[in-house]
Design a protein around this ligand. Structure first.
Ligand SMILES: [Zn+2]
Ligand SMILES: [Zn+2]
Length: 344
């Protein structure tokens, strides 16, 4: 394929259009105003169009171009993070076949943030190193502070989305709270799948009747990144959550989803405390009725036997250890069994 490096300026010469920036061979970013010239002049085969909303026809009628449209606001709390995997898969695929262009309105924040994520993974570098590389050719490159925090979280998770990562769980909950405030409801796709709906896992195996706490020595409040921890209804044994769905809190210390940036910097320490936790806080899960729309708070009942297991409150609630957790979706320790899963 012939790559044309020449670039056609916009029609009105009095309007200064910043030139597209080559991030690495074959990968470009640009502002929306530079789009027509860039598409025509750079041999672009794959285009990522970012906007709020993205333009209807970003190719300007150029045929046979593959496009990916991303809806993303250039705000600190715009959700870049969960769109990164999709964008990077598109870029990798595009680079194998031709040239890739990522555009946003100004070519400074959103498109640069996506290109930064790509460089972080393709060159195994951190956020600062990737941005330094980009700024060599594009002095205006500056993703907003929220995107920088999200890219740092992405880096701390090994450049992938780790659903069991505590900071990422808080990030997605904060996103849901905003979504609910803005739309009046939460998208069903934001809620995590029901672990009890998986094939073969609808109920947990019976266990010898020792107390639940002795079966879960690892984590006081139900968590554990290992998938082997199962949380099930004490009455009917229906699986309601895995350890990875639990949000660990320090006894006595609050946990606000919007403080995920702080959480991303510190790992959960195992400080001992005299105070007892009464609740296991969970991520919002698909079996929880009425959480997606409707009241701010309500009961959480077992999806199989309907016994009350706990409570949800989008504003937050307090554990017996005095920790304030916001938002809160909890099952009471006494209503569930927490145990390690034995294979077979
Ligand atoms: Zn507690
Ligand atoms: Zn039940």
């Amino acid at each position: 394929m012939c790559r044309v490096r020449g670039y056609v300026m916009a029609e009105d010469p009095s309007v200064e259009v910043p030139a597209p920036n080559e991030v690495e061979p074959g990968l470009w970013t640009c502002a929306e105003a530079a789009l027509p010239g860039a598409v025509a002049g750079l041999g672009i085969t794959h285009l990522i169009s970012i906007g709020y909303p993205p333009p209807d026809d970003p190719t300007g009628g150029v045929p046979n171009m593959e496009t990916l449209s991303l809806t993303l606001e250039d705000e600190d709390d715009g959700d870049l993070l969960t769109q990164i995997p999709n964008a990077l898969a598109f870029i990798s695929n595009g680079l194998k076949q031709g040239n890739v262009l990522v555009h946003c309105h100004a070519g400074q924040s959103r498109s640069v943030a996506v290109a930064t994520a790509h460089l972080m993974r393709s060159q195994s570098v951190n956020v600062d190193e990737a941005l330094t590389t980009i700024k060599k050719n594009n002095k205006n490159a500056q993703p907003n502070d929220g995107f920088i925090s999200q890219l740092n979280l992405w880096h701390s998770m090994g450049c992938r989305l780790n659903m069991a990562d505590e900071a990422f769980k808080m990030y997605t909950m904060a996103k849901m709270v905003r979504e609910r405030e803005y739309n009046g409801y939460v998208e069903a796709t934001s809620v995590r799948p029901d672990p009890g709906a998986e094939v073969g896992m609808s109920s947990t195996t019976p266990f010898s009747g020792t107390s639940a706490s002795s079966l879960a020595p690892a984590q006081k409040n139900g968590g554990g990144t290992e998938a082997g921890v199962l949380i099930s209804c004490r009455k009917c044994r229906r699986l309601v959550a895995r350890g990875a769905n639990a949000l660990l809190h320090e006894p006595g210390e609050g946990m606000d989803a919007f403080s995920w940036r702080k959480r991303a910097k510190q790992s959960t320490s195992n400080t001992s405390s005299e105070q007892q936790c009464a609740h296991i806080f969970l991520e919002p899960l698909a079996w929880m009725k009425d959480i997606e729309e409707g009241p701010t708070e309500g009961k959480l009942c077992c999806p199989k036997c309907d016994v009350k297991l706990g409570h949800f409150n989008w504003v937050g609630s307090r554990c017996a250890c005095s920790a304030w957790v916001a938002p809160s979706f909890y099952v009471q320790q006494g209503k569930v069994d927490v145990m390690k899963h034995r294979a077979g």
